[in-house]
Design a protein around this ligand. Structure first.
Ligand code: F6P
Length: 523
């Protein structure tokens, strides 16, 4: 069944939400927390994960109304359409099946009448055996040496996902050094290859289309560099490709046994679960890669089968719509308290903004309401010493998502205690602030009342600034898989609510065309 086509702002629920907003917009978190069960009432949990929504400017009624909105636009039906392979990416005539990539169930998923599960399984087997050979050293380069370095050549979804996951799972990484080349800036590729040995380096060219300017330019440059010391007969030992465009891969000179398939029903920014994740499997081993997929599958099942009241991605999406469309907040900050997750905000910028940065609805009409949020962020505690000033005392309302882990990986307990004290401390400060009276009391030690009065306004924190605490037990491959899948489903839910198509990206094309024209003019 095609997606429904409902303007959210014309629904009954939206009208009620508007009315409700006028009643509750000035409610203070401080007041709301007088209800001692608030934290429990607004905390959702699943295996190894809790999501505390209590420091958001919501009441039970807010969430009930938002859920009615989700029901009114048939979110349930849309979820089923996605999971069962309906062509919900209508503008490109494609299904959206990253969920099938991690599914271990026997339930067939049909695309054009064919079950895609066997192809997924055989590709996973290929990833497994290839990773094993390379990691164990059995895969030899052209002079008989084992591989020491892997270079992923790709951009956008063919780079950000694998790069972010490899960085996030560094703790689990084996001896292989994994590098990423993405930018068409020649200095990027030059810096990466400058210390590499062609005899011991494996290159993975990742491009769904195999026509992307940046990727093909970098791949050509690297091939030429390689051929300075090796011959074309050595290419099969050092170059593999991940693509849907088999002809272009062959023309580039890559052996057909060295091609890992990709499919049109997987969007670039949702593709790390496909062979695009080959560099992940090489970096941390196939078993850990499978665990990443398992974590994502657990979240898929949660998203598909849990009531909206207890559904983590749905609740996060609804709250985000609440701020975006009623409070008119423009952006959202994603704040992981783990240095391993330093690349998560950039990854989510593509996932979220390329998906929901749309100004035309599913009827082809220009929307007259806000859609995709601006995503930004960085790791705690570093960002506390950078942009958090604006979040605490600036003029903008910025909803925040704090991602934390109860346990650290290396076990430096005293550090982890400090890290988590900051994690919770920041959220408390945002929510409850510091009143004039409190500041006055604090400054009292100085005895200079004039000075106190002068400084007072600058030291007040008005508070009432929202945050969500996403707290995992530990940064494992499963936990990371869950976290990424939460955001994928949040994106999907918001696209459905806003009545836009989340899975095309025509907005990236015009600039590319212009660049091409300029290049052609110069030649
Ligand atoms: O420019 C946008 C985009 O199409 C992304 O959606 C995609 O992830 C990226 O380019 C790379 O595309 P490809 O994998 O085809 O090289």
């Amino acid at each position: 069944m095609a997606l429904q086509n409902i303007n959210p702002t014309k629904t009954e629920s939206w009208k009620k939400l508007n009315q409700h907003f006028s009643e509750v917009q000035n409610l203070e978190l401080k007041e709301l927390f007088k209800d001692s069960s608030r934290k429990d009432d607004f905390t959702l949990s699943t295996d190894g994960l809790s999501v505390d929504l209590s420091k958001n400017r919501i009441t039970k009624e807010t969430m009930d109304l938002l859920i009615s909105l989700a029901e009114e636009v048939d979110l349930k039906g849309a979820i089923e359409s996605q999971f069962t392979g309906e062509k919900i990416n209508e503008t490109e005539g494609r299904a959206v099946l990253h969920t099938a990539l991690r599914s271990t169930s026997e339930e067939p998923v049909l695309v054009d009448g064919k079950n895609i599960k066997p192809r997924i399984q055989s590709t996973l087997r290929k990833i497994k055996s290839f990773s094993k050979k390379v990691i164990s050293g059995k895969w030899k380069g052209y002079t008989g040496k084992s591989i020491t370095d892997v270079v992923n050549i790709g951009i956008g979804g063919s780079d950000l996902g694998p790069d972010m996951v490899v960085e996030s799972l560094k703790f689990y990484q084996n001896h292989l050094n994994v590098h990423f080349v993405s930018n068409v800036d020649g200095d990027h590729v030059s810096e990466v290859i400058k210390h590499l040995d062609p005899e011991t380096t494996l290159f993975i060219i990742v491009s769904k289309t195999f026509t992307t300017q940046e990727t093909i330019s970098n791949a050509e440059t690297i091939k030429n560099w390689f051929l300075k010391s090796a011959t074309i007969f050595d290419i099969p030992k050092h170059f593999v490709a991940v693509s849907t465009n088999l002809d272009a891969v062959r023309r580039f000179g890559i052996d057909k046994d060295n091609v890992f398939p990709m499919w049109n029903w997987v969007g670039g920014r949702f593709s790390l679960w496909s062979a695009v994740g080959l560099s992940i499997s090489l970096a941390v081993g196939f078993d850990n890669y499978r665990k990443l997929l398992d974590g994502a599958e657990a979240m898929d099942l949660h998203f598909r089968n849990t009531s909206f009241e207890n559904n983590i991605p749905v609740q996060l999406a609804l709250i985000s719509v609440w701020y975006n469309n009623f409070f008119m907040a423009e952006s959202e900050a994603i704040l992981p308290y783990s240095q391993y997750l330093s690349k998560l905000p950039a990854y989510l910028q593509q996932a979220i903004m390329e998906s929901n940065g749309k100004g035309v609805d599913r009827n082809g009409e220009v929307v007259d309401y806000q859609t995709g949020t601006i995503i930004w962020g960085s790791t705690g505690t570093n960002m506390q010493h950078a942009f958090m000033q604006l979040v605490h005392q600036g003029t903008k309302l910025i909803p925040t998502e704090f991602i934390g882990f109860k346990e650290s990986l290396h076990g430096l307990e005293s550090h982890h205690k400090k890290l988590m004290a900051n994690y919770f401390g920041q959220m408390n400060a945002l929510a409850f602030g510091k009143t004039k009276q409190e500041v006055h009391l604090e400054l009292k030690t100085s005895n200079d009342e004039d000075l106190i009065q002068k400084l007072l306004p600058f030291k007040v924190f008005e508070g009432n600034r929202p945050s969500t605490a996403i707290l995992f037990d530990k940064l494992t491959p499963e936990a990371l898989g869950k976290l990424i899948a939460i955001y994928e489903h949040k994106i999907f839910t918001q696209g459905i609510l806003w009545n836009i198509y989340s899975f095309d990206q025509f907005g990236v094309e015009l600039g590319k065309e212009m660049a091409k024209k300029l290049l052609n003019k110069e030649q």
